[in-house]
Structure formats: structure tokens, C-alpha cells
Design a binder for this molecule. Structure first.
Ligand code: HMG
Length: 387
């Protein structure tokens, strides 16, 4: 039985900053951010958006009434959870008014959460082929103003519907993994900003890539030339480029040219959004699907998922006939083009208002054009609304 991604949707903030302006303000050479980090723009998340509302805005793009009726499970991958006990998936199910006979769960393993969600979804669909699973990756990446991590922030959500007989990509069921207990990136309880050992995190990402790739090659006998494209978790797009360079050392010229060309298509959206943590790999997949002119049904796509702390996985899938038709309704390029640029001062103000912890909070969401918004907190419980 084929299982995989049948639909995919994406949402991010309507606000962004220009990386050249951020570099100038931080007295850095703009090329450090544009080339060294590989980012052009960075999403700025409003205080009236959090992981739940971002997810709702992404999921609403893909869920029809028929999909809702067949949903058996919602798996919400996030490291920007809004409660220590109640899952973001429970809030999401309420906000989207999903059917009551569901299982809803939140998964946390840094940027790996959505990949774990896809793995669990596959198992669920194998047992319940008539049902559908909604997998979410939604996060807000925060490191702190004036820190070296600042240019690698961002935020947004990717929603995927996993089904039998999927119409976008079918997984091939060889998933190679590597796990270790590492202090490369973490966010202590009660803190709103991540701590990071930047250079160590880069090295670990690249080391685990080699481990899971070599194991995948060993188990499948596949070769680099068997892949139409290789996708990477993109905390910032330069790191994916380094990952691709490390896998293509010694590759033949035709394969190398193809994979680097596809990588450019696969980072187009990520360059403009920044890190959305667990959704980043899947935004890159969407970017490839929408921006590559060379994809064909039957081709193999490789995915490298990495979540700090650390967990890595490599897996692959085959593009399904007519996959383009499943993407017609989704227009991230337009969504990104319609955003508004804000000044660095305005970004700093919004940054300070984001992620407020309070018993009571009333937010003014009149200016937020998103359909689903975070409206406030009453007796420590979050409330969301549509407008
Ligand atoms: P930094 O120390 O400010 O930057 O932090 P740098 O000095 O290393 O420079 C970055 C690159 O720009 C270097 O290139 C420079 O040479 C280049 P590289 O050596 O890497 O090839 N550069 C220039 N290039 C062109 N023109 C110039 C110029 N100047 C310098 N004028 C760092 C960079 C990424 C470490 C920092 O931003 C950071 O700590 N970010 C957060 C951590 C992170 O993203 N880690 C990635 C791996 S961990 C991961 O992916 C998981 C994560 O998503 C979280 C999760 O799992 O939940 C983060």
C-alpha cells in the first residue's frame, strides 16, 4: 500500500524585515547574511499569532469537509508549545472545529517533530487505510535581539495531509535515523528564547547527515544519481548548501549540476521566511514542488530531517502522477509577495511583545489580516478566534 503526502499547505506572517537592513543596523556586512547565512528576508511574527494560530491558518488551506470527516489523528510537531500539559493539537482541533472522534497529540523534538509526525502517520494509515492524518509543523524561531542567532530567526507553519494512495509523494519506507544527547540548541523551561552553541550545532547537523545518509545507502543500495532532488532541514539556507556539498563530493557533473539546481528551487521560500523550525524541511519541499521546472512523476526525492538535541533521519519518496494538480490551490509566492516590510525598530518592538506569559491578556488583533488569530489569555488559558 502506498502512503504519503496527499496535500500540503503553508502559512507565515504578513510582516517581514529585509536582511540587508538588519545587517546594517547590527553593523555587519550585508553579504554575511545574504551569502554567508543565505537569507534575504525574515518573517516577523505578530503578538496575535502563535504556533496554534499559524497552524490553523496553514491547515485551513488544505482541509475540505471530506478530509475533516475522514480525519483519525492530528499530530502537531512544535517546540513553541503554548502549554506544558494541554497539547497545541487540542487547541487546534477546537479552533478548526474538527470532528470529536479524533486523537490529537503534540510532539516535541526540536525541528524533528513534524518528521516524527509523518512517521507516526504512516503507521496509523497502514492500520486504518480509510482514514487521514493531519501532520503539522509550526514554530516561531527566537534567539534574541543582537545575538549571533538573530539572523536565523523566522516562523510559520506547514500542514500536511497523510493518506493512502497519496497524490503528491509516496514514502519508500526506508527511514534511517541517528540520535544523541547533545547540547547544541535548547530552550530552558520558562524561557522564550533558545540557547545555542552555534558552531557545534552546525557540525552536529553535518555529522548526523553523513551517518543517516551512509546508512540509507547501505540499506537501499541507492546512488546519488537516483535522486531528482535532495532536501534538507533549513535553519538558514547556507547550511543546507553545505549539507549538499558534503553529499556530492566526488559526484559526476550531471548529477551535481542537477542537485544544486534543484536546491536553488528548494530554498526560494526559505530564503524569504527564515527558520520555522520543524516546518522548515517541508517548506523546502513545497518550494521545490512550486519552483522547480524539472520535476516529473516517479522521481525520487530525498529528505534530511534534523532536530537539535539531537535527532536526525533520512528518508525518501516518489513523486506521484499529477502531483502538480494537488498544488494549484496553494500559492506561497503570492502570500510572500503580499507581505509588508517593517522597519528594524518596528520589528524590535514586536519582538518584545511576542511570547508574553500572563494569567490575563487581551490582544488587539484588528490589524492582523490572518483568518485565525490568538486573541488573549484568561485564567492562564489561551483563546483564539476567526475574523
Ligand atoms: P556567526 O558566528 O555570527 O557567523 O553565527 P559566522 O561568523 O560563522 O559567519 C557565518 C557565515 O558567513 C560563515 O560562512 C562566514 O564565512 C560567512 P561559513 O564559514 O559557515 O561557510 N561570512 C560571509 N560571507 C560572505 N560575505 C561576508 C561574510 N562574513 C561572514 N562579508 C550561526 C552563525 C549560524 C552559528 C548563528 O547564526 C547561529 O547560532 N544560529 C542558530 C543556530 C543554528 O541555526 N544552527 C544550525 C544547526 S542546528 C539546527 O539546524 C536546529 C535548529 O533549527 C533548531 C531545532 O532543531 O529546533 C536551529
Amino acid at each position: 500500500m502506498k502512503v504519503g503526502i496527499d496535500k500540503i499547505g503553508f502559512f507565515t506572517s504578513d510582516l517581514y524585515i529585509d536582511m540587508v537592513k538588519l545587517a546594517k543596523q547590527r553593523q555587519e556586512d550585508p553579504n554575511k547574511y545574504l551569502i554567508g547565512i543565505g537569507q534575504k528576508k525574515m518573517a516577523v511574527i505578530r503578538p496575535t499569532q502563535d504556533a496554534v494560530s499559524l497552524a490553523a491558518n496553514a491547515a485551513a488551506q488544505i482541509l475540505t469537509e471530506k478530509d475533516r470527516a475522514k480525519l483519525g489523528l492530528v499530530v502537531f510537531g512544535t517546540e513553541s508549545g503554548v502549554d506544558n500539559s494541554k497539547s497545541a493539537a487540542a487547541y487546534l482541533a477546537g479552533l478548526l472545529q474538527l470532528p470529536k472522534n479524533l486523537r490529537v497529540v503534540e510532539i516535541k523534538q526540536a525541528c524533528y517533530g513534524a518528521t516524527a509526525g509523518l512517521d507516526f502517520a504512516q503507521g496509523y494509515i497502514m492500520l486504518h487505510p480509510q482514514e487521514k492524518v493531519l501532520v503539522i509543523g509550526a514554530d516561531i524561531a527566537r534567539y534574541g535581539l543582537n545575538t549571533s542567532g538573530e539572523p536565523t530567526q523566522g516562523g510559520g507553519a506547514v500542514a500536511m495531509l497523510v493518506t493512502a494512495a497519496p497524490r503528491i509523494i509516496a514514502f519508500e519506507n526506508v527511514n534511517t535515523a541517528a540520535a544523541c544527547d547533545a547540547g547544541d540548541f535548547w530552550r530552558p523551561l520558562g524561557e522564550t528564547e533558545a540557547r545555542v552553541a552555534g558552531k557545534f550545532s552546525n557540525n552536529l547537523y553535518l555529522d548526523l547527515l553523513q551517518q543517516v545518509w551512509q546508512e540509507y545507502i547501505k540499506q537501499t543500495g541507492a546512488k546519488l544519481e537516483d535522486f531528482a532532488a535532495l532536501l534538507f532541514h533549513l535553519p538558514y539556507t547556507k547550511l543546507g548548501l553545505k549539507g549538499l556539498r558534503s553529499l556530492t563530493t566526488g559526484a559526476d557533473a550531471t548529477t551535481s549540476v542537477r542537485l544544486f539546481k534543484q536546491f536553488e528551487a528548494a530554498r526560494m521560500y526559505n530564503c524569504q521566511v527564515g527558520n520555522l523550525y520543524t516546518g522548515s524541511l517541508y517548506l523546502s519541499f513545497l518550494s521545490l514542488l512550486k519552483n522547480s521546472l524539472e520535476l516529473q512523476a516517479g522521481q525520487r526525492i530525498g529528505f534530511y530531517s534534523y532536530g537539535s538535541g539531537a535527532q536526525a533521519e533520512f528518508f525518501s519518496g516518489l513523486l506521484q502522477p499529477g502531483f502538480e494538480r494537488q498544488l494549484v490551490q496553494i500559492n506561497p509566492a503570492q502570500q510572500l509577495a503580499e507581505r509588508h516590510e517593517i522597519s528594524i525598530t518596528a520589528y524590535e518592538q514586536l519582538y518584545r511583545q511576542q511570547a508574553v506569559q500572563a494569567a490575563e491578556l487581551k490582544l488587539d488583533f484588528a490589524n492582523d489580516p490572518a483568518k485565525y488569530v490568538f486573541a488573549g489569555i484568561h485564567e492562564y488559558q489561551r483563546s483564539y478566534t476567526t475574523h
